[in-house]
Design a protein around this ligand. Structure first.
Ligand code: FE2
Length: 437
C-alpha cells in the first residue's frame, strides 16, 4: 500500500465508522479491512469487557488467527499493564509496541542500568506478543481509558511495518474507540430513556388507578352523606319535600343578590342547602325529635351539629367550601352565633343565605307541636332579626325575591306550607327567631 492508499483508506474507514451504530460490527469490519488491505497473517482486536473485568477478543481474522473464545487477558497481563499504566516509560513508546522495537530495547544494556524491572517487563511483553503471534500492538484509548488493543500479525510478504502504517493504525484504533464509546453512550442513553419512559407510564397508570379508586371512594362517601342527610330529614314526619323547598328558596335569594349561579358556585350552594343539617345525625333522637322546647343542656348538644356536619363532609375533597358553609350556618350577623362567633362578611355568604332560608322555613312550617305562622308574620320576624341574627341584605333580597317569584300566588297572610313543599322544624335556630310553640 502506498502513502496515498492509506490516506484514502483512512477517509473511507472514517466515513464508514460514522454510519456504523453497532460497535461489534464496526470492529469486525476493521479487522477484515486490515487483513485484506495490508495482507497480514492475522489481525485481532481485544476489547475490555466491563462485566467480566477483563479483555476478550471480539474478532480475529487471517490464516494465523487467534481462537477468540479461548484467549482472554486479565487486567494484570503485561500487555494490558503496559498500555494502561500511567507511569512514565522514559523514551519508550507507550502508544504502540512492535516486537522488532522490543528486541532493540532489550539489546540496549544502557537502558536497564538502574531499571532491571523494566527489562523483565519487556521480556514479559515479548512473551505475550510471541504467544499472540503479534508483531505490532496498537492501543485504542478513550480519554485515558484503555478500551482495546489492535494486534497485527506479520505481513504475508515478510516486510516490516513503516511508521506511517503504524500511525494509520493508531488513528484507526482511536477513532474506533471514540465510535464505540459514543455508541455505548447512545445505547445507555436509549435504555435509560426507555426505562424512564417505562417508569413514567407505570407512574401514570398507578396515579390513574389511585384517582379512580379515590373517585369511587368519594362517590360512595357522597352517597353515604346524602343518605345521612335524608335520614336526618326523615326523622321528622313533617319534613317531606323540605330540602327541595329550601333549595328553591336559597337559589332564588342568591339570584336576587346577584350571586354567580353558573357551574361550580351553584353546586356549592345547592349542596350546602341540602347538607347544612347533616350533622344532626350525631344528635341523639330524644333531643332531635323532642316534641317540646329543649332545655339548656339539650341545646348545648344540639348546637354541636354544624361542627359534626363539617366533620362528616371533611373526607370529601371536593366539598371543602360546602363543609365551611355547613360549619357556619348558625353564625349570626352580629357575631352572637355559633360555633365560632364570626360576624358580617366573615360569615360565608352562602351560610348567611342558608341561615335566612332555614329560619324562614322553621317559622312557617307546620310543626308536630305547633302550627306554622303566616308568611307576613315570618317576614316581620326576619326583618326584626335583620342586622342581629341575619344579614339585612339577605333578608331584603329574600323577601323581595319571594314576593316576585311567587308573583300572583303570593297572598298576604297565607301560610307557605300550603304549597306542601316547605314543612320544616328547626330546633337549632338559636332562639333569635321566635319559633312557634
Ligand atoms: Fe342547622
Amino acid at each position: 500500500m502506498t502513502s496515498y492508499d492509506y490516506q484514502e483508506a483512512l477517509k473511507n474507514a472514517a466515513r464508514t465508522m460514522v454510519r456504523v451504530k453497532n460497535p461489534r460490527r464496526l470492529l469486525k469490519m476493521i479487522v477484515r479491512f486490515i487483513v485484506k488491505e495490508v495482507g497480514l497473517t492475522h489481525a485481532s482486536i481485544l476489547m475490555y469487557d466491563q462485566l467480566k473485568s477483563r479483555y476478550i477478543f471480539v474478532d480475529s481474522k487471517g490464516d494465523l488467527r487467534i481462537p477468540v473464545s479461548l484467549v482472554r487477558l486479565d487486567r494484570d497481563n503485561p500487555l494490558i499493564r503496559w498500555f494502561s499504566s500511567r507511569e512514565h516509560k522514559l523514551k519508550l513508546n507507550k502508544y504502540f509496541l512492535s516486537s522488532h522495537q522490543i528486541k532493540i530495547w532489550l539489546e540496549d544494556t544502557q537502558l536497564f542500568q538502574h531499571r532491571q524491572s523494566l527489562k523483565s517487563q519487556l521480556n514479559e511483553l515479548k512473551d505475550v506478543m510471541d504467544m499472540l503471534k503479534a508483531s505490532v500492538c496498537v492501543p485504542g484509548f478513550y480519554k485515558d481509558e484503555l478500551l482495546g488493543v489492535l494486534l497485527l500479525g506479520h505481513k504475508v510478504k515478510g516486510e516490516s511495518f513503516s511508521l506511517e502504517e503504524i500511525s494509520f493504525f493508531q488513528t484507526l484504533a482511536n477513532d474506533a474507540s471514540m465510535t464505540i464509546k459514543t455508541a455505548e453512550y447512545r445505547e445507555n442513553l436509549l435504555s435509560k430513556n426507555q426505562e424512564l419512559e417505562h417508569q413514567k407510564q407505570e407512574l401514570e397508570r398507578r396515579l390513574q388507578e389511585i384517582a379512580e379508586l379515590r373517585k369511587k371512594e368519594q362517590e360512595t362517601y357522597y352517597q353515604i352523606v346524602m343518605s345521612l342527610a335524608a335520614e336526618v330529614n326523615a326523622k321528622d314526619p313533617y319534613t317531606a319535600g323540605h330540602l327541595q323547598g329550601v333549595e328553591r328558596l336559597g337559589l332564588m335569594t342568591a339570584k336576587e343578590m346577584g350571586y354567580d349561579l353558573a357551574g361550580h358556585k351553584k353546586d356549592v350552594l345547592v349542596a350546602a342547602l341540602h347538607l347544612h343539617d347533616v350533622g344532626k345525625i350525631g344528635i341523639p333522637d330524644h333531643i332531635l325529635m323532642k316534641p317540646a322546647k329543649l332545655n339548656e343542656e339539650e341545646w348545648k348538644i344540639m348546637r354541636q351539629h354544624p361542627v359534626k356536619g363539617a366533620k362528616i363532609l371533611a373526607p370529601l375533597t371536593g366539598f371543602k367550601e360546602v363543609a365551611n358553609i355547613v360549619l357556619h350556618h348558625h353564625e349570626n350577623y352580629d357575631g352572637s352565633g355559633y360555633p365560632d362567633g364570626i360576624k358580617k362578611d366573615v360569615i360565608p355568604i352562602e351560610a348567611r343565605i342558608v341561615s335566612v332560608v332555614d329560619a324562614f322555613h322553621a317559622i312557617v312550617s307546620k310543626r308536630c307541636y305547633s302550627k306554622g305562622k303566616p308568611i307576613d308574620a315570618a317576614f316581620e320576624e326576619l326583618k326584626r332579626c335583620a342586622g342581629t341574627q341575619f344579614d339585612p341584605q339577605v333578608v331584603e333580597a329574600f323577601i323581595r325575591a319571594y314576593k316576585r317569584t311567587l308573583n300572583g300566588k303570593y297572598q298576604s297572610n297565607s301560610a307557605l306550607a300550603s304549597d306542601g313543599s316547605m314543612v320544616r322544624e328547626d330546633h337549632s335556630t338559636g332562639g333569635h327567631v321566635s319559633v312557634p310553640k
